[in-house]
Ligand binder design. Structure first.
Ligand code: SF4
Length: 409
């Protein structure tokens, strides 16, 4: 039996699992679980996967890593079947995957390195994720990530270019630049280049990269080069995903976010002015401690008024050790109701956004023989079979509440 990698959480974890796959290739019959600590649910799913692996592959070594393990290694090491635990920095070191390697969880708060490593394959995926940044220096009151990922650290420009070139040579048509807080890119590098500067140089140095997308962006930290790229660079996809979290100023202040509702509205309006028809997505937390019905309505009204189509909505989840976990709570059932309400507003917005694409020509990155995503990151179903992992011009002939129907043009 070969190495099986179970990945939970964000795109950065997906990228790192491919780094691990390269390092662990020589290992036989091993289960690797790359955990996430963003919500209690993510941890529950990882524990369930570990129990299943121990049951279904008795005797196979189980190595657990990722943010949840970095934050509480003892708890994960004590689970039945677990043979080793590795920290988030340790999991990226080749020596951690030698046959006789032992558990290692280094102090992530002093970590300096990023993933010095070229990934050339994302198993079963048509788009590639590229880590450009790691860690976070902010301390949003609900968030445990800085304690799992350490301080902000940027991947030097040359390494990003080399990684993207390797992916293009491997046949990838689209890359998503990812990290924990990519808007902080460069703050730790000589000359402190901003994210937009890096992206502009990357596109100049890799002219054969057809499509570039950014992962979640802090609306308060979008730099001028990003705005310029949005306005005049066709390879920069017309889709921004914003880390909004709430539409209520009082809640945003209690979250210790760097933006207020007005800043987010201004960023969304500016993006729509610079790139008409752009798709805007957002991360949102429903039921943050102290969020009253009135404050919750401020968020749902904001999402409705700004017509945000692509939402990632999470009911608030207490993270041990975070300030928000000590604040007065909103009942769990109420959090879930508010999350469902936000998703419903998002669904209606998405339906209108998708309907507006009718009759247009879109550019689809195909992900299977009958589906893919457009440049706006709209899901697309194709009328006739296509070759996966290719760029296809297609005419939109229909739209449902969840996807576009299109024919090759
Ligand atoms: S910016 Fe805030 S939410 Fe994002 S990783 Fe940092 S602390 Fe967490």
């Amino acid at each position: 039996m070969s190495v099986e990698i179970l990945t939970f959480g964000c795109r950065l974890n997906t990228y790192e699992s491919e780094v691990i796959r390269g390092h662990a290739a020589a290992l036989a019959d091993t289960v690797i679980v790359n955990t996430c600590a963003v919500t209690a649910e993510a941890e529950r799913q990882a524990r369930q996967a570990i129990r299943r692996a121990a049951r279904e592959r008795p005797g196979a070594p189980i190595v657990v890593t990722g943010c949840a393990t970095q934050i509480d290694p003892t708890a994960w090491a004590s689970l039945p079947g677990v043979t080793r635990v590795l920290g988030n920095a340790d999991k990226l070191r080749r020596e951690s995957w030698m046959p006789d390697a032992t558990s290692a969880v280094s102090d992530i708060m002093t970590a300096r390195e990023t993933a010095p490593h070229l990934v050339t394959e994302f198993a079963g995926r048509a788009r590639a994720f590229v880590q450009v940044q790691q860690g976070c220096d902010h301390r949003c009151t609900f968030c445990i990530i800085p304690f799992g990922r350490g301080p902000n650290r940027s991947v030097p420009m040359g390494a990003v270019v080399a990684q993207v070139r390797a992916l293009i040579e491997a046949g990838y048509q689209e890359v998503v630049l990812t990290g924990v807080d990519i808007a902080s890119y460069g703050a730790d590098l000589p000359g402190a280049p901003r994210l937009g500067q890096m992206v502009r140089r990357l596109l100049a140095l890799v002219p054969d990269l057809p499509r570039l997308r950014l992962s979640s962006l802090d609306p308060a930290a979008i730099d001028d080069d990003i705005w310029r790229l949005l306005a005049d660079e066709p390879r920069f996809m017309p889709h921004l995903h914003l880390s909004l979290q709430s539409g209520s100023d009082l809640v945003l202040k209690r979250m210790k976010r760097r933006h207020l509702r007005g800043d987010a509205a201004a960023a969304i309006e500016r993006a729509r002015r610079l790139r008409p028809g752009i798709a805007i997505g957002a991360d949102l937390i429903a039921g943050f401690p102290t969020e009253t019905e009135v404050l919750s309505r401020e968020t749902s009204d904001f999402v409705a008024d700004m017509e945000l189509p692509f939402l990632h909505v999470f009911p608030y989840s207490e993270r041990p050790g975070t300030p928000a976990a000590r604040m007065p709570k909103v009942p769990v059932a109420r959090r879930r109701e508010r999350a469902a309400h936000l998703r419903e507003i998002g669904r209606r917005n998405a339906q209108r956004f998708l309907a507006a694409q009718l009759g247009r020509t879109v550019h689809v990155l195909t992900e299977s023989s009958d589906s893919g995503h457009s440049e706006h990151f709209a899901p697309v179903r194709l009328a006739a079979p296509v070759v996966p992992a290719c760029l296809l011009r297609a005419r939109v002939v229909g739209a449902t509440g969840t996807h576009l129907l299109a024919e090759a043009a």
